[in-house]
Design a protein around this ligand. Structure first.
Ligand code: GDP
Length: 289
């Protein structure tokens, strides 16, 4: 198995780019993936944001396990953060953002008012790792399609502000954070949810990890989706049984090569596609400890 090196050059640059933008804004909207709230964060986020007030948004909440998301909301609350679930693709929860930012900045706004000043709009920056939904959220907040969605780190044009209602302005280019991990499991979780590209890790390894995880926590939805014939859940510690599940999935979906052997790569792709698209129902890959 290959070890992933997260290019330190990227990280230093990303950090510098975000810190340059921090000078322009009042607060940060930190986007994380509701299915893996820890792995989809940069572990140095607190240092990177230099104490700027921050909202945590658990995006893609439509795909995450409701019960687990509830536990994460408690966890963040206990840590003194304001966090809430959003589905940026349909817009569920997005409307709450301006009001929550206003609450976050209340002390500052009250101070301006008490000095007889007219409080100006709150300026915010969205930050998050690639594919977490930054562009989708910017588009939803802006109410029209202005940012190009997709994975295009490094595209930074001249800074522009997007007006969101009367009281909020958003920097048009989000801050791109990089996930960081020494632990391979974090890498696999990111790969299973599609946060990191398959070229970086072996597709079949990612699918193997997914089947192992699903067997342990979401056996029934997987069994149902692919019509698995097993009477009881497989042993998630048995590599043979995991491979057999992948073969069964391949057979069910007609992924056969000459000689009748199952094309595991194709089966892996199908499994991961269905999982990411929510075809096996909601799932989360991390619980708070
Ligand atoms: P960015 O790299 O952070 O700007 O991420 P994008 O906005 O390009 O989103 C990456 C992918 O995730 C796109 O295919 C989006 O349609 C999808 N996406 C974004 N937000 C959500 C969400 O809340 N729910 C679901 N199901 N998909 C989302």
């Amino acid at each position: 198995m290959t070890t992933i090196q997260w290019f330190p050059g990227h990280m230093t640059r990303a950090r510098r780019q975000i810190q340059d933008k921090l000078k322009l804004i009042d607060c940060v909207i930190e986007l994380i993936d509701a299915r893996l709230p820890l792995s989809s964060r940069n572990p140095m986020i607190d240092e990177i944001l230099l104490g700027k007030p921050r909202l945590i948004i658990m995006n893609k909440a439509d795909l995450a396990d409701l019960e687990v998301t509830r536990k994460w909301l408690d966890y963040f609350k206990k840590q003194g953060h304001v966090a809430f679930p959003v589905d940026a693709s349909t817009g569920t929860g997005v409307k709450e953002i301006p009001a929550q930012l206003k609450l976050l900045m209340k002390a500052k706004i009250d101070k301006q008012i008490s000095k007889g000043m007219n409080p100006r709009s709150i300026r915010a920056l969205i930050v998050g790792i690639p594919n977490v939904g930054k562009s989708t959220l910017i588009n939803k907040l802006a109410g029209r399609s202005i940012a190009i969605t997709g994975d295009r780190p490094g595209v930074t044009k001249g800074q522009q502000w997007i007006k969101v209602g009367k009281e909020m302005e958003l920097l048009d280019t989000p801050g791109i954070l990089w996930p960081k991990f020494e632990d391979m499991n974090v890498g696999y979780r990111l790969a299973v949810t599609g946060a990191i590209k398959e070229e970086i890790m072996n597709l079949e390894d990612i699918a193997f990890f997914a089947v192992k995880y699903l067997s342990k926590y979401y056996w029934e939805p997987m069994k149902e989706r692919f019509g698995l014939q097993n009477e009881t859940p497989i042993d998630p510690e048995s590599s043979d049984e995991i491979i057999k599940v992948l073969e069964d999935i391949g057979r069910k979906r007609g992924c056969l090569m000459s000689g009748g052997r199952v094309d595991i790569e194709k089966a892996s792709r199908i499994l991961l596609h269905d999982l990411r698209a929510g075809k096996m129902g909601r799932f989360s890959m991390e619980e708070p400890f």
